[in-house]
Design a protein around this ligand. Structure first.
Ligand code: SME
Length: 162
């Protein structure tokens, strides 16, 4: 069985391979969500919300049907977007304003996607396990977020400000 560290190394390497020569945001986000869901253990949702028309709108993901629109400042996603900083939530039931998409979710991590002074969206992972996400996971996902921000031409996706 692979260790979590090996899986995380694979994640960045495989993402770089998937993004290579491809600038389309939907294509790269779809493959990134699939890789995350496939390689990181104990997830029940992994995907993106993008800034479109002044709010976060769901993008490519793996998992159960999700809420489509989230206001900046609302829930874990909107909080990470507003702060432009990663938010780790060990127990979503203790996070004021948490938005429930899948009742099985117990913990969550949200990483913003930022290019210069522009907020592109967020990368959101949920787990049915309490306290699933570590600082090391957050750093890994921040590296992945940097890679996807650099890999895509965001003008192709109708993202606010592009
Ligand atoms: N729980 C999130 C909503 C998105 S779903 O988890 C996919 C939140 O509180 O923003």
């Amino acid at each position: 069985m692979q260790t979590a560290i090996d899986d995380s190394g694979d994640l960045l390497q495989l993402a770089a391979g998937a993004f290579d020569g491809e600038r389309d945001p939907w294509a790269n986000a779809a493959n990134a969500a699939a890789l995350i869901f496939q390689l990181l253990p104990d997830l029940n949702w992994a995907g993106f919300y993008f800034m479109r028309g002044g709010e976060l709108v769901v993008g490519p993901f793996q998992g159960r049907v999700a809420c489509v629109r989230i206001a900046v400042g609302s829930g874990v996603c909107g909080t990470a977007a507003e702060r432009r900083a990663t938010v780790i939530v060990p127990d979503v039931h203790r996070f004021p304003g948490h938005i429930t998409c899948d009742a099985a979710s117990s913990s969550e991590v949200v990483v913003p996607l930022v290019s210069g002074d522009r907020l592109i969206g967020v990368l959101d992972l949920d787990s049915a396990r309490l306290d699933r996400f570590t600082a090391a996971d957050a750093r890994l996902l921040e590296s992945l977020a940097e890679k996807i921000v650099a890999a895509c031409d965001w003008r192709l996706a109708g993202i606010d400000g592009f």
